[in-house]
Design a protein around this ligand. Structure first.
Ligand code: 5GP
Ligand code: ZN
Length: 111
């Protein structure tokens, strides 16, 4: 997608701090971290939200948990939060499916 920030990161047009990569996901550091550790696990295919995932995409999502286990271990996180926003009212800024992995401090309640 021409105007998608994460597609640009995936094709190298925009630099990022990569911490993990496999065939389906890339994990980068968020440019505006809300906690000492704030990572973004980005699905390599441009799918805007969970609602647009095909069955084939959904079947790949189990791998995300393996990715999260790996990157949280690398960062020494015992406690962490996974956040995934869908749509403007949920606070989604980049319409390319991604999962925030946030930790390294005590987190408050969800709002
Ligand atoms: P959303 O609100 O869509 O769930 O989250 C988008 C996230 O992407 C935000 O936390 C924002 O800081 C991050 N972000 C936006 N542009 C860039 C960028 O160019 N590089 C990186 N590393 N993160 C970005
Ligand atoms: Zn994209």
């Amino acid at each position: 997608m021409a105007d998608c920030v994460f597609c640009k990161i995936l094709n190298g047009e925009i630099p990022s701090e990569k911490v993990y990569e496999d065939d389906d996901f890339i994990v980068i550091k968020d440019i505006r971290p809300v906690a000492p550790v704030h990572l973004l696990a980005i699905y390599k295919k441009h799918v805007p939200t969970v609602s647009e995932l095909s069955l084939e995409d959904s079947q790949k999502m189990w791998k995300l948990f393996e990715v999260i286990k790996t990157v949280t271990k690398i960062n020494g996180l015992e406690s962490y939060r996974i956040v995934q926003n869908n749509g403007k009212d949920a606070g989604q800024e980049v319409h390319h499916i991604h999962f925030h992995i946030i930790g390294g401090r005590k987190l408050g309640p969800l709002g």
